[in-house]
Design a protein around this ligand. Structure first.
Ligand SMILES: *[C@@H]1O[C@H](CO)[C@@H](O)[C@H](O)[C@H]1NC(C)=O
Length: 178
């Protein structure tokens, strides 16, 4: 148990970057490795896989802030939620829903970051039935403890819908892909 706790606190130290001169008010500033670690850990959680911290639930508990929110109209529309609504309203909901949903494997194309924000561009080649690649972008807001407070993401929901078995018709009546 002590050993586990030591590993957990080492992992959070790894995220506590050197003091920056600007940022989100706490003197916190993401480094390249902190930004990459957060993205890799979040990606592991949504893939239902272990990260360097441990299993996906342990990882999610560590990287997600208590006041977490996630918003995506690309996702809302596919799951039947109103446009503009929160997609995930709490840390606990994120942990439960991310592990209950089918795993998604998002391959990093690029990571950009400021002291307290990360932009992550990704591609997935095995979304749903994997017939069409899906590209997307996540924006993360990170607090002074290096935890994610807010995620806004959008993706190619046209390709995602096709991968999830939707049939799409052009306005002229031709079915997409036929
Ligand atoms: C219908 O529209 C699509 C998209 O513009 C086009 O690719 C397709 O060739 C059109 N089909 C017909 C029969 O005109």
């Amino acid at each position: 148990m002590k050993f586990t706790l030591a590993i957990a606190s080492l992992a959070s130290l790894a995220i506590a970057a050197p003091q920056g001169s600007y940022g989100n008010g706490g003197g916190f500033c993401l480094s390249q490795s902190c930004a990459e670690n957060l993205v890799n850990r979040y990606a592991a959680v949504v893939a239902g896989q272990a990260s360097d911290i441990g299993g996906p639930v342990r990882t999610a508990r560590q990287i997600i802030a208590a006041n977490f929110e996630e918003q995506s109209d690309s996702a809302n529309q596919q799951i039947g939620r109103p446009l503009g609504a929160l997609t995930v309203a709490s840390k606990q909901a994120f942990i439960i829903e991310s592990q209950a949903s089918p795993p998604v494997f998002l391959d990093t194309q690029a990571i950009f970051f400021t002291c307290n924000q990360i932009n992550w561009r990704w591609v997935s080649t095995n979304f749903g039935n994997g017939a069409y690649q899906v590209q997307g972008i996540h924006n993360f807001e990170v607090n002074g403890n290096g935890k994610i407070t807010q995620v806004n993401f959008e993706f190619n929901s046209f390709a995602g819908a096709l991968d999830n078995g939707y049939t799409i018709f052009y306005p002229n009546g031709t079915q997409y892909g036929q």
